[in-house]
Design a protein around this ligand. Structure first.
Ligand SMILES: O=P(O)(O)OC[C@H]1O[C@](O)(COP(=O)(O)O)[C@@H](O)[C@@H]1O
Ligand SMILES: [Mn+2]
Length: 317
């Protein structure tokens, strides 16, 4: 795969982030999302790839752009694309921190092709790789992670999205006296934090979006952590959609290598509003904006932080 793609991919998330950040605090999550989608799509089309969206903004009938199956790019290098133009749409609408523009691309045929639905996820960092499973109780996973990290269980921190569907998980964390961190939205950023030791979180578990799951898996592969996922169809129609996309066994826990089959995978993210990992977009004077991004490649394990100052009028914003 062309290694220059890393910079090209950052342009995609930078543009999505700048576009979305114009909607900070306007109370309109759809407008923020649409702006991100437009920016992302435009910059994808400038890349020398022929990319197919394998998981993203919904299926063709329900999403005008970046829908599953959409082909992007102006070259012939074939890749799979997983997109979430704006993770944390409600953060942008409310003018809150932690919104990100994110994307992952990988060698053709290597990313999970699935509908835009829910997925159960379990994520840990590199030192706890191989010691957790979605098939065992959370309490057991916590104990195994404590052992792997050489920590007391009471010092292990589990991060969970604050939703009623996760009540039983929260109770289990409390029952074993581990630490619990809740978040309202944006599970990609929270999950990825488990792979950065200084973040102070060790395990992310819970049900969230499947596109976010595939993108998180790509990022986790780049940093050497562990990811497991299981699709959660909510009704017969969603089950049928999975079967139509070739997913036969819905009860099976998918391992990281099932979701991201190749090492030829890149992940890029740009902060829209300030977050744990990245700063948000800052507008400087009349026509400049500063962005902060991360881009990673699994094959080499390189993690790049890229700060950029954009001249908006010259770039045609
Ligand atoms: O809000 P729900 O239905 O619980 O879904 C959880 C999903 O929503 C998010 O919190 C926000 O996603 P969007 O901003 O892309 O809508 C995701 O990070 C998470 O995976
Ligand atoms: Mn999202």
């Amino acid at each position: 795969m062309n290694t220059d793609l890393a910079l090209g991919l950052v342009r995609v998330t930078e543009t999505a982030a700048i576009n979305a950040s114009k909607y900070m605090g306007r109370g309109d999550k759809n407008a923020a999302d649409e702006a991100a989608v437009e920016g992302m799509r435009r910059m994808f089309d400038a890349l020398p790839i022929r990319g197919t969206v394998v998981i993203g903004e919904g299926e063709m009938d329900e999403a005008p752009m970046l829908y599953i199956g959409e082909v992007l790019g102006s070259g012939d290098y074939e890749v799979d694309i997983a997109v979430d133009p704006l993770d944390g749409t409600s953060f942008v609408a409310k003018g809150m921190p932690n919104a990100l523009a994110v994307v992952a691309i990988a060698e053709k045929g290597s990313l999970l092709h699935a509908p835009d639905m829910y997925m159960e996820k379990l994520v840990v960092g590199p030192k706890a790789r191989g010691v957790v499973s979605l098939d065992v109780p959370l309490s057991e996973n916590i104990k195994n992670v404590a052992k792997a990290l050489k920590k007391d269980v009471s010092n292990v921190t589990v991060v969970i999205q604050d939703r009623p569907r996760h009540q039983h998980l929260m109770e289990e964390v409390r029952r074993v006296n581990a630490r619990l961190k809740l978040f309202s939205d944006g599970d990609i950023q929270e999950a990825l934090a488990t792979c950065f030791e200084e973040s102070g979180v060790d395990i992310m578990i819970g049900i969230g979006g499947a596109p976010e799951g595939v993108i998180t898996a790509a990022a986790v592969k780049c940093v050497g952590g562990d990811f497991q996922g299981r699709l959660c169809p909510m009704n017969e129609e969603e089950k049928q959609r999975c079967f139509n996309m070739g997913i036969k066994d819905l009860s099976r826990v998918m391992q990281l290598d099932d979701i991201v089959k190749s090492d030829e995978v890149y992940f890029a993210a740009t902060g829209v509003s300030d977050g744990n990992l990245l700063k948000g977009v800052v507008f400087l004077g009349k026509d400049r904006a500063k962005t902060s991004s991360i881009v990673m490649r699994a094959k080499t394990g390189t993690i790049r932080y890229i700060n950029a100052i954009h001249n908006l009028s010259r770039r045609g914003y």
